[in-house]
Design a protein around this ligand. Structure first.
Ligand code: PLP
Length: 390
């Protein structure tokens, strides 16, 4: 497990009245009477060293363009080695505005419009948008569902690869279903990718938030084949709550993939933000904060289960392996075609609707528990109220 005896004091959800003053999408995206639990932002204060660094920059009006930022590469490499025993070459670390821009800009170096890109539903809702941005076609190889546990369906993956897939967008670990893939699943995937000349774009944005140490394997640390076929695209934004600051990291581990990254326009680097890059570099040193946040999130992921058992025992929920996203099966509540819409209208509580993650998830919602237990309990109460008002 993560270090529960972290030196960082407790990281906790902020009070609702304070959060309601925030200007971010989560807190501005809905009417004031709606309790918002979609959008993967955390309701925590950011780590003090990051805050101090940003305030220090503002004090000297250090608000220009992003230039060289070697500390981002070296700090990420030190973090990756300590966390996952993954040796990253800082020379093979590149910068983009966010993970979405990284996936699209790296995508442009591999595919032309019309090419086939694979993903595995249910999956993070913007994968489809990025594929459309590349003017490519999607091939879905849905995950295999065993109860509420999902795994890669390698037979479906191979069938898709055979049709001429060029790039595979992999959510590793997999949002929204909360699954960490095993090293052997990823190794088999890498072999298939090599056989069919597919490049795997491993989106590892949630990786620092995996609860069990050793459970997560970075794709580029799986095997020589994975290093040959893979590109990692990640950011500190999910784990240290820095999404608005705008900076992501692209990592390669093979000369061919490095050449692709180097062929991206220079602008991909400097369109990231100076604040984002400095904050990300500092974040990879803030392991105490991360581990303290994980202590709170670990408690919260279990608290969601307790709340459901007490108030809505028929709702399906598998405690996720990482992050602050609960994937809830609401089939038993009989809320019609789009439960999230009913909950918003009748319960004044917002979740991501399952339908945006894939065609077979209409009865699911995604709940963000990166918040206080008061807000989680209130959200479950509002689901109950909506069900009772049917
Ligand atoms: C798997 C995954 N990738 C990417 C993102 C978004 O990253 P960015 O804002 O850096 O594009 C998210 C946000 O929730 C995510 O869950």
């Amino acid at each position: 497990m993560f270090n529960a005896n972290s030196g960082q004091s407790v990281v906790e959800g902020m009070p609702l009245a304070t959060l309601q003053k925030r200007k971010s999408q989560k807190w501005r995206g809905f009417p004031a009477d709606v309790l918002p639990l979609p959008v993967a932002e955390m309701d925590f204060e950011i780590a003090k060293p990051i805050r101090d660094e940003l305030i220090g920059m503002l004090e000297v009006s250090d608000t220009g363009y992003l230039g060289p930022i070697p500390e981002l590469g070296t700090n990420f490499a030190a973090f990756a080695l300590a966390r996952w025993n993954w040796k990253v070459d800082p020379e093979q670390i590149f910068t983009a505005t966010d993970v979405g821009v990284g996936m699209v800009e790296m995508g442009r170096t591999v595919v032309k419009p019309g090419a086939l890109i694979m993903y595995n539903t249910p999956v993070y809702l913007n994968f489809i948008n990025w594929i459309q941005e590349l003017q490519c076609e999607v091939i879905d190889a849905p995950l295999t569902k065993n109860g509420l546990h999902y795994t890669l369906d390698l037979t479906a993956v191979e069938a898709g690869y055979k049709k001429g897939v060029k790039v595979h967008f992999l959510s590793n670990p997999h949002n929204p279903v909360g699954t960490v893939f095993t090293k052997s699943e990823l190794a088999s995937l890498a072999e298939l990718a090599k056989k069919y000349a597919v490049t795997v774009f491993s989106d590892e944005i949630h990786a620092p938030l995996v609860y069990e140490s050793g459970a997560f394997v970075p794709f580029l640390n799986v095997s020589d084949t994975a290093r040959e076929v893979g590109i990692c695209i990640t950011a500190a934004s999910k784990s240290w709550n820095l999404a608005g600051l705008k900076c992501a990291t692209i990592i390669t581990a093979h000369p061919d993939q490095r050449a692709r990254a180097e062929s991206m326009p220079m602008a991909v680097h400097y369109r990231a933000s100076l604040f984002g890059a400095v904050a990300a570099a500092r974040a990879y040193e803030c392991v105490d904060w991360l581990d303290a946040a994980l202590v709170t999130l670990d408690r919260n992921r279990k608290f969601v289960a307790e709340q459901l058992a007490e108030k809505l025992p028929t709702v399906g929920y598998r405690i996720p392996d990482f992050s602050y996203l609960a994937w809830l099966d609401l089939t038993s509540l009989g809320l019609g075609e789009n439960p999230a819409e009913v909950l918003l209208e009748k319960g004044r509580v917002a979740f991501n609707s399952g339908i945006v993650f894939g065609p077979n998830s209409t009865q699911f919602v995604r709940l963000n528990f990166g918040t206080s237990q008061e807000i989680i309990a209130l959200a479950i109460d509002r689901i109950l109220a909506a069900v009772n008002s049917k």
